[in-house]
Design a binder for this molecule. Sequence first.
Ligand code: PA5
Length: 443
Amino acid sequence: MKTLELDIRKAGVSLTDELKQQAQAANALLESGKGAGNDFLGWVHLPSSISDADLDAIEQAAAALRAKADLIVCIGIGGSYLGAKAVLEALSDPFRLLHRAQQHPTVVFAGQNISEDYIQALMEAAGEHSLAAIVISKSGTTTEPAIAFRLLKAEIERRYGKEEAARRIVAVTDKARGALKKLSDDEGYPTFVIPDDVGGRFSVLTPVGLLPLAAAGVDIRALVRGAQQMEEATGAGVPFDENPAAIYAAVRNALYRSGKKIEILGSYEPQLQYVNEWWKQLYGESEGKQGRGIFPASVTLTADLHSMGQYIQDGERTLFETIISVGKPQHEIMIEADGENLDGLNFLAGKRISEVNRMAELGVQLAHVDGGVPNLRIEIPAIDARTVGGLLYFFERACGISGYMLGVNPFDQPGVEAYKKNMFALLDKPGYEEESKAIKARL
Ligand code: PA5
């Protein structure tokens, strides 16, 4: 069964042969490795190259942490955070923290900000739990996770001693370089490798995403299976008309060329909110460069119809919208008739809530299209591990194709260094003396 269908009938784009050829050529470049950024194409065949032994090793490390801790803090930022967060939120009960008896250890995240209050609240809550940590950083030198890890490491060592800490901390990092690799070797932490040729935002199907997800009890084999199926369905040998990733990339580029500079990704299922966040990094970092690129924005529906709905319907006409539409909810709830009908909702009695949600989705789509907002729909049958795995790979593949069609290197991120230089200069990092003087004079 297909995990995804792309419906572009309301996108208002006619796919010319030229556009199709451009998309096919861009997809072929991903496989030939002759395009820009070709050092970072390890994600292209990643799903099909994950072995049972790889998955066994990840599951064993996750099981060891689960056996020891009921709170596992996953430390990382950007590509070393968003994939795991997105999948975990998509597949989890949103009220899991309210259940007294939890089946799995709770996985929470740190190192994705530098907020003192966030870390304080986490440390206080952690006091009530047995604790373990997964620290993820490809470079091993990223400031935010390094600060959080310093604190968590100290807490784990204080509680359990250094020897036991080495059984409660697992690192995911470069195979040879960086401060985290050295520290892990010195302390004897088990480590997993982030392949050299997989950039952060494409790393969700490496141990970066799979280890924390396995620790949280997610079926990572199903996730990988879904991605494998999508790898096959989007390969360079697949004809354009049958390849959803090529079609999505072509439609996005056609819309961009026609002046639609902002893409809003949305869903009517709030568990997908962090898939939006992951997607924003994937597309924003991959395409936003050299003065080009669609700005990736997101909404969670229907909530944001009551905040952003006005702009989308009626504001500047530079938008298009992509909706992840979920075929089947996991649960069934009927709206009951009410004897008094004071709220006037008896016309909905006997309908499922999902039917109301679906009519909202269809009604909004038509209203937005009428308002000049082209609409794409990505239909997934349900939110489960296999489908989500397919969805992630679909977006990755389409992003590579789309970036090449745009004429940029989708696999670098030169722009993210600028703020770091300023921050280190302001914090008087050794080696930044000249920059420190200059920047402080500008404050
Ligand atoms: O996509 C990227 O490269 C970034 O978002 C990184 O993933 C992020 O900065 C974290 O980097 P690192 O894993 O080196 O700590």
